[in-house]
Design a binder for this molecule. Structure first.
Ligand SMILES: [Zn+2]
Length: 437
């Protein structure tokens, strides 16, 4: 295949993330400066000047806001459809997806276990038990990428604290959009991802060719700071995704391309179009790379560090997805990066030990282990909060402390996290290790 065989670029934006990104860059100096700091940190990870401290799995609490128009009952998607999406995420971000076997031989060593899992929130922002699903009726017929779905004042649903929960809004989107995300560093009140209801999960209203749950995998990739694999340069080959182990690629691929597809002189193997950050159909994408996992780590240990130290949204015994533990360890050796096998002290429970380990306990331990070596002063506060905030199940099995106490503790924890972030930013700026110096 030659470069003249380039497919036509997509005639529509399947994903609105870059449109949001450019809008925020235009509107907000705060966003511009935060993005510069985030990019600087990611570059240090990319160039090996910093390494991930994390050696185990992080669990992200999820709240799904189903914003539906009662005139179209299908928009009020069933719980099963939501659960099917969480199962896909927990396979894809652990490289436990069965279709990873389709990755071309040449790229199998790059397939990465990102070490990230997702669980529906079990405590709401007031500390009350929840299933993590919020259903909100709207009179809107559809939404765009203008964030209206993210506020009750504009016909949507207000987020839960975005440093504690991954907020996912599921709704009718117009204009051919499958979804959009906000990159880290944006306004907290709009942080999260939005997914078209018929591109969400694998059952219910999910419709081919986007019924494999991969729209959310892609958008959460953005939420964890991944760019499109082609670098959004409209085929110019001049910009890439800032990850070295993904080949430079001209433009988005769509549908279900044949391997290899060469562009930007990236032969003989061509585009890594089977990457989650391309635009191909759900059943044609099945991998993140090690470089992408590294970039997600830079994000999780930087701007999204609250998810490593803030366990307030989860309580009770963890409930691994059916079949998950065996799938994690059942992949071909040497083709993934199993978190549990990575060098260094592990403060996370190994996957096989997950049942019976409380999510809150695991996360509290994480705070001490992951951060203790970097910013000791701020860490003392954060670690203490992290160990205190989790709801301890009472004799009746329900969460113990009342909502008010938990809220106060969480506020303290959030402040400590902010201080930690600022210290890290300053260290980044004055460290004498600036990549562009
Ligand atoms: Zn995208």
């Amino acid at each position: 295949m030659t470069e003249s065989d380039l497919p036509h670029p997509p005639t529509r934006d399947l994903c609105g993330t870059m449109l949001v990104h450019r809008r925020l860059l235009n509107e907000s100096t705060t966003y511009r400066s935060r993005r510069a700091a985030i990019e600087n940190r990611a570059l240090q990870y990319e160039r090996g000047r910093r390494s991930p401290s994390r050696t185990g799995v992080v669990t992200i609490p999820v709240v799904v806001h189903v914003v539906h128009n009662p005139a179209v009952p299908a928009q009020n998607i069933p719980d099963d459809q939501i659960r099917s999406q969480i199962e896909v995420l927990n396979r894809d971000f652990r490289a436990a997806n069965p279709d990873r076997d389709k990755v071309p031989e040449v790229w199998r060593p790059l397939v990465a276990d990102a070490g990230i899992e997702f669980r529906m929130a079990s405590l709401d922002p007031d500390g009350e038990p929840t299933d993590g699903i919020v259903r909100v009726p709207t009179d809107r017929t559809s939404f765009g990428f203008d964030d209206a779905v993210k506020a009750s004042a504009t016909g949507g649903a207000d987020p839960w604290p975005t440093d504690q929960y991954l907020n996912i809004w599921v709704c009718q989107l117009g204009g051919g959009l499958l979804g959009y995300a906000q990159f880290p560093g944006g306004p907290p009140q709009t942080d999260g991802v939005v997914i078209l209801h018929s591109a969400f999960g694998t059952t219910g209203t999910a419709a081919p060719p986007f019924d494999g749950g991969r729209t959310a995998t892609h958008e959460i990739g953005h939420w964890l700071d991944l760019y499109h694999i082609w670098g959004d340069d409209d085929g110019a080959c001049s910009s890439d995704d800032k990850v070295a182990d993904t080949p430079n690629q001209a433009d988005a691929n769509t549908g279900s391309p044949a391997f290899p597809h060469v562009s930007c002189g990236n032969g003989p193997h061509g585009d890594m179009f089977m990457n989650y950050m391309d635009y191909v159909d759900d059943d044609a994408m099945f991998m993140f790379t090690r470089g992408q996992a590294n970039r997600m780590d830079a994000c999780l240990e930087g701007v999204r560090a609250s998810f490593l130290v803030a366990p307030g949204a989860l309580s009770g015994p963890s409930r691994p997805t059916a079949g998950e533990p065996s799938a994690r360890n059942g992949t071909a050796p040497g083709t993934a990066v199993p978190r549990a096998a990575m060098p260094g002290p592990s403060h996370w429970p190994a996957p096989a030990a997950a049942p019976g380990v409380t999510g809150t306990g695991a996360m509290g331990t994480t705070a001490t282990g992951a951060m203790g070596t970097t910013a000791t002063g701020a860490m003392g506060t954060t670690a203490t909060a992290g160990a205190t905030v989790p709801a301890q199940p009472g004799p009746d099995g329900h969460a113990g402390p009342d909502g008010e106490v938990r809220r106060l503790l969480r506020d303290s924890e959030r402040l400590a996290t902010e201080v930690l972030k600022e210290i890290r930013t300053v260290i980044d700026m004055v460290g004498g290790d600036r990549p562009e110096a």
